[in-house]
Design a protein around this ligand. Structure first.
Ligand SMILES: Cc1cc2nc3c(=O)[nH]c(=O)nc-3n(C[C@H](O)[C@H](O)[C@H](O)COP(=O)(O)OP(=O)(O)OC[C@H]3O[C@@H](n4cnc5c(N)ncnc54)[C@H](O)[C@@H]3O)c2cc1C
Length: 457
């Protein structure tokens, strides 16, 4: 007798991953019920508590394409060609392109627009949403989940007989419930830096006040400021600063102190942020950390994905992109494995090494963004990297290209990046320009160490 697969799933969290997964599964005939802590962002004032805009890369777009929502999302994005680096003490900002041309770019997308678009699509596909339901506790044996409505603190007990999927973000309550049932081997490493968000409003004519098609960076060694465009002409500015020391969040407390910091370190940005003092005092600093779990699932009863499974620091702009890849992988594996426990185990086996790799690359990228982008040795290596890609485009594929413009598995991208870094460091050691580079030795190294990469062109 064949066992028919459970076709009903319960999702916790209707954020970015939850709403995309609900769409993918509903379209394939699953009955999907979603519980979300907040109110419906399509009708209520949206308060995300998270970053306002996000960089969408190719692998995120691929997942949106699979869900049939790519065009709707892309209509409200702003293209970013590269990093516009603002030097200390003035000077003309310089654009460092991310890719070879405008086919290799990233896109700034507004979290609220993206979330509401995905929610609507999921609902159209048949998913059922329950807003104002914050998961509190789960009794896996009895099949009961307790939710709280934060408006009146009233509990709602819900019986469930379906697997649970945790898309409830970095502070996941489902993770806590699973952990209580059987330890997941959880460890979080907080960064000793936090972030604060500010805004550059549009100019008097309603247009962007600085170059729109770039991710602006003010790299300053131990800290940095970035700005991403929004399609209504604003920029969301994020300042990353150490928690301790000077300057740091412990010393730069008042709006006036923040203004003095900007006058000293980010002088060209200061006149663009008219509400700096007010926003500084109103917005608390956001914490940054990396979440590591040894296990992502509890047999066939529950599984985690997105930030709930592998929150990472935001310096590669990949947390959402990675969460979207998770959704496609899980939806495919649930179809491929009628046994849910097998599907969850296969999901963990496929995605965990890749999540670990992008978590590491995100930490590495912080150093690159805040410090190295202004360093001559780094710039020489980038120049050589471009030349090697031009000569052997299917073998020497820059790190950023693999992560951002291709869907190379993150773990493969990390391994090749390390190999390539060794090649670049050796070749440029003792050189200030590429004039006397040993191209023959480089050709041998590239062909010996770097097989052709699928998807590279
Ligand atoms: C400053 C910053 C900048 C970033 N920039 C980028 C970027 O440029 N590109 C990129 O790809 N990623 C970026 N990220 C990462 C990205 O925000 C996350 O990886 C992404 O939001 C993860 O999606 P998610 O659905 O897993 O979690 P979330 O988006 O956090 O969604 C979780 C959902 O669950 C709900 N929820 C929480 N608790 C409960 C509960 N107990 N019960 C029910 N519902 C609950 C929440 O309300 C929310 O709707 C950035 C992150 C930060 C902090």
């Amino acid at each position: 007798m064949s066992v028919s697969p459970p076709r009903h799933l319960t999702l916790i969290g209707a954020g970015l991953a939850g709403s995309l997964l609900a769409t993918l599964l509903s379209r394939r005939g699953w009955r999907v019920t979603v519980y979300e802590r907040r109110g419906d962002p399509r009708v209520a004032d949206y308060e995300s508590g998270r970053s306002i805009n996000l960089a969408l890369a190719e692998r995120g777009r691929m997942a949106l394409r699979r869900a049939g929502v790519e065009d709707a999302v892309m209509a409200r994005t702003v293209m970013m060609r590269g990093r516009m680096v603002h030097p200390r003490g003035g000077g003309t900002p310089q654009l460092q392109r991310y890719g070879r041309d405008d086919s290799e770019v990233i896109w700034s997308v507004h979290r609220k627009n993206l979330n509401t678009t995905l929610l609507q699509l999921a609902e159209d596909a048949g998913a059922r949403f329950h807003f104002h339901h914050r998961l509190h506790t789960v009794d896996f044996d009895a099949g009961h989940a307790r939710f709280i409505d934060d408006r009146d603190d009233q509990p709602r007990d819900v019986h469930f007989d379906t697997p649970l999927i945790g898309a409830d973000g970095a502070g996941s309550a489902l993770r806590a419930a699973m952990n209580r049932r059987a330890p997941l081997g959880e460890r979080t490493e907080f960064l000793d830096h936090s972030y604060k968000e500010l805004e550059i409003p549009p100019g008097p004519d309603g247009r962007f006040r600085i170059e729109a098609n770039a991710l602006h960076i003010w790299p300053r060694g131990r800290y940095m400021c970035i700005a991403l465009p929004n399609d209504e002409g604003t920029f969301t500015v994020t300042l990353f600063l150490p928690n301790e020391g000077d300057p740091g969040f412990a010393t730069v407390r008042s709006g006036a102190e923040a203004r003095a910091l900007f006058a000293r370190e980010f002088a060209d940005a200061l006149p663009l942020i008219p509400h700096l003092c007010h926003d500084w005092e109103q917005h608390p600093p956001g914490l940054l950390g990396t979440l590591y779990l040894e296990r992502w699932h509890l047999g066939g009863s529950a599984v985690l994905l997105g930030d709930a499974a592998h929150a990472m620091v935001p310096f590669h702009g990949q947390g959402m992109n990675c969460a979207f890849e998770d959704c496609v992988a899980l939806a495919d594996l649930l179809e491929a494995h009628p046994d849910t426990a097998e599907a969850f185990a296969a999901f963990e086996a496929e995605r965990k090494p890749n999540a670990a790799a992008i978590q590491q690359m995100a930490l590495d990228n912080y150093l690159e963004m805040r410090d190295h982008v202004a360093d001559p040795g780094f710039l020489l290596q980038r120049e050589l990297e471009r030349e090697l890609q031009r000569r052997w485009p299917t073998r020497f594929v820059p790190h950023y290209t693999m992560v951002t413009f291709l869907d190379t598995p993150y773990a493969v991208a990390l391994e090749r990046t390390r190999q390539q870094q060794r090649i670049l460091a050796q070749a440029t050691a003792g050189h200030a320009t590429l004039e006397h580079i040993d191209w023959k030795a480089l050709q041998q190294a590239v062909h010996a160490q770097l097989p052709v990469l699928p998807g590279a062109h």
